[in-house]
Design a protein. Structure first.
Length: 175
């Protein structure tokens, strides 16, 4: 594995379903059913390095763009596995080459544990904060999954909401 850090105060993006707009840094939505790089019960925040990639990731399971709340974040993240470097450096474990497998099909249709969940377990066991990986929804985009419980020791993800426009809870949509 090749590790990297994002520059301090990197701006990241995410398009949220409206139900999660009041909890933009929780990772609880991904923990509910799992995600590409997190099994059920592991809170993970999936972010993109640019807004277009965030929108395309949000839209990937729909032929139209469902309603969403677009957020930007300021992040300082160290000790990330950089999957963009899969073809470089010392050899990666062969399992890494399966990261593009359709994890949803494996999990929900075939009831098989996705190999990316095993990779996530390895990353977390090594103490890494998350994984940088190429977007499959936008050829030029990059995503990062951040394990919420690893936002310690100088790692941080803060939603940019200087005017307090995001809802505080589901009831505050009515302001």
């Amino acid at each position: 594995m090749i590790l990297c850090d994002l520059p301090p105060d990197t701006i990241l993006f995410r398009a949220h379903t409206p139900q999660w707009a009041s909890r933009p840094t929780s990772g609880a939505g991904a923990a509910a059913k799992g995600g590409r790089f997190n099994r059920e019960g592991v809170e993970a925040l999936y972010l993109s390095l640019d807004a277009l990639t965030a929108l395309r990731e949000y839209q990937q399971t729909s032929s139209f763009l469902p309603p969403c709340t677009m957020c930007s974040y300021t992040a300082t993240l160290r000790n990330l596995v950089d999957l963009r470097q899969l073809a470089h450096g010392e050899p990666w474990d062969e399992l890494w080459h399966d990261w593009r497998e359709d994890w949803r099909h494996l999990k929900f249709d075939l009831h098989i544990e996705p190999p990316t969940w095993v990779l996530a377990d390895l990353v977390r066991a090594r103490g890494c904060t998350g994984i940088l990986f190429p977007s499959q929804a936008n050829d030029r985009g990059t995503n990062v999954v951040v394990y919420v419980d690893r936002l310690i020791d100088g790692n941080s993800v803060v939603v940019n909401d200087p005017d307090g426009r995001l809802p505080r809870d589901e009831a505050s949509w009515e302001r």
